[in-house]
Design a protein around this ligand. Structure first.
Ligand SMILES: *Cc1c(COP(=O)(O)O)cnc(C)c1O
Length: 367
C-alpha cells in the first residue's frame, strides 16, 4: 500500500507532455472545410512529436481521407494503429520492400527511374516531380523518360499510377507558388500524354493550403497545421501540447552568485532559484538559454544560466516557490505561459523543430 502511494506520487512529480487530441481534431476540421479537395494528414516524425497513431486516428475521424508519411515503417505503424484510408510513403530507398507495401495497402512515391525499376506486384504509386526545391522528386529534365517508363511498368502490371505530386519551396512567401504550380500541372499533362491517368494531384502543404487556394488541386498534405503550427503566420490554430515539470529544489542565493556551467549567469541581487529536472535531452534547446522563460507561480520566469542536459535553473525573485510546484515549459499560451513558437524564437529555429525534438524519456499523457 505504502509503495503504491509512493509510486503514484512520483508519477505526479515528473516532467510530462500532455497531448490534447481535441486540438488536433479541431485543426483537422478547419483544413477539411478550407481545402478545395481532400486532406492528407502528414504524421511523419511520430506525428510531429504528438504520437503517430493518435494523430492519424484523430485526423481521420475529423475528416482527413489520406495519411502521408516518409517511410514504409511509419506507414505500417499507421496501418497497425487501425487506420484504413489510403496511406502514402514518399522517401523510400530504391530497395523498398514492395511486398510489404502491397500487403499493407501502402502507396509509394516514385522520384526516378532507379526507384521505378524495383517496383512490382501492381503497387500503387505517386510520381514525384521536383517542382523547384532541388530536393526530393524527379528532376524536370528526367520527367519525360520517367513517364514513358512508368507507362510501360503499368502495362506490365508492375505498378498502378494513382497520383502525381510536387512540393513548394517558398510557400511561406506570398505569390511565390506560381512556378511550382505550373511545373506540376505541366508534369501531369506529360503523364497524360504518356497514357497515364493519375487521379490525385497534390502540391500544397500547410502554408500554401492556408494562403493560396489555387495550389490545393485534389489533395493538400497537412502536417504542421494539424498540430497547431502555422508557418504562414496568417491563421490562429490550436496548439495541442502542454509540457510541465515539477520544481525539485529551491535555494536562496546572494547577489553575485554564478549559476550553472561557466557561470553564464551571475545574479545581480539576492534572489530565489528553482531547479527543474528538464534540459536539452528533453528538447529544451540550449541555444535558447539566454532568452528562455517558463511559467511558474503565476508568471513567466527567466531561465538563469545555461540549460543543462537534464536540468534548468529558473529565477523566481522573492516569490514563494516550493519543491513540487509545477512549472509550465510551454503550453497553448492561453494563460500567459510560453508557447512552442516562443521557444522556437528563443532558439532561432522553427516550431517544427521544437515539437519533433521532445525527448523520448518525457512521459506522454494523451487525452
Ligand atoms: C512534411 C511534408 C509535408 C507537410 O508539410 P507541413 O508544412 O508540415 O504541412 C508535406 N509534403 C511533404 C513532401 C513533406 O515532406
Amino acid at each position: 500500500m505504502g509503495a503504491r502511494v509512493t509510486s503514484l506520487r512520483q508519477a505526479a512529480l515528473e516532467p510530462a507532455l500532455q497531448v490534447d487530441l481535441t486540438a488536433v481534431a479541431d485543426n483537422t476540421r478547419r483544413f477539411v472545410s478550407w481545402a478545395r479537395g481532400s486532406v492528407m494528414a502528414v504524421v511523419k516524425a511520430d506525428g510531429f512529436g504528438h504520437g503517430l497513431g493518435d494523430v492519424a486516428r484523430t485526423a481521420v475521424a475529423a475528416g482527413a481521407t489520406w495519411i502521408g508519411v516518409t517511410s514504409l515503417a511509419e506507414a505500417v505503424q499507421v496501418r497497425e494503429s487501425g487506420v484504413d484510408v489510403p496511406v502514402l510513403s514518399w522517401l523510400n530507398p530504391v530497395d523498398v520492400d514492395v511486398r510489404t507495401a502491397v500487403r499493407y495497402g501502402i502507396d509509394l512515391s516514385v522520384p526516378g527511374l532507379e526507384h521505378l525499376a524495383a517496383l512490382e506486384a501492381g503497387v500503387r504509386v505517386h510520381l514525384q516531380l521536383d517542382t523547384g526545391m532541388a530536393r526530393d522528386g524527379a528532376a524536370p529534365e528526367s520527367w519525360l523518360s520517367l513517364m514513358s517508363a512508368a507507362r510501360r511498368a503499368e502495362l506490365a502490371g508492375r505498378v498502378s499510377v494513382a497520383g502525381v505530386m510536387g512540393h513548394l519551396p517558398c510557400a511561406d512567401t506570398p505569390g511565390a507558388n506560381e512556378a511550382g504550380k505550373r511545373a506540376l500541372l505541366r508534369g501531369v499533362e506529360m503523364a497524360r500524354q504518356a497514357g497515364l491517368r493519375p487521379s490525385v494531384r497534390h502540391l500544397a502543404a500547410t502554408s500554401a493550403a492556408l494562403t493560396d487556394p489555387g495550389t490545393h488541386l485534389d489533395v493538400v498534405r497537412i502536417g504542421a497545421g494539424l498540430v497547431g503550427i502555422d508557418p504562414s503566420g496568417t491563421t490562429r490554430l490550436r496548439s495541442a501540447l502542454r509540457f510541465t515539470a515539477p520544481v525539485v529544489q529551491v535555494r536562496r542565493v546572494a547577489a553575485g552568485t554564478g549559476v550553472g556551467y561557466g557561470h553564464a549567469h551571475v545574479t545581480d541581487r539576492a534572489t530565489t532559484l528553482a531547479l527543474l529536472p528538464v534540459g536539452y535531452a528533453d528538447g529544451l534547446p540550449r541555444t535558447a538559454s539566454a532568452r528562455a522563460e517558463v511559467w511558474l507561480a503565476g508568471r513567466r520566469r527567466p531561465v538563469a544560466g545555461l540549460i543543462s542536459m537534464d536540468q534548468v535553473v529558473v529565477d523566481v525573485g522573492d516569490d514563494a516557490v516550493l519543491p513540487g510546484d509545477e512549472a509550465v515549459v510551454f503550453g497553448p499560451g492561453d494563460d500567459g505561459e510560453p508557447t512552442v513558437a516562443d521557444w522556437a524564437r528563443w532558439a532561432g529555429t522553427i516550431p517544427h523543430e521544437i515539437v519533433t525534438g521532445i525527448g523520448a524519456r518525457v512521459r506522454r499523457n494523451v487525452r
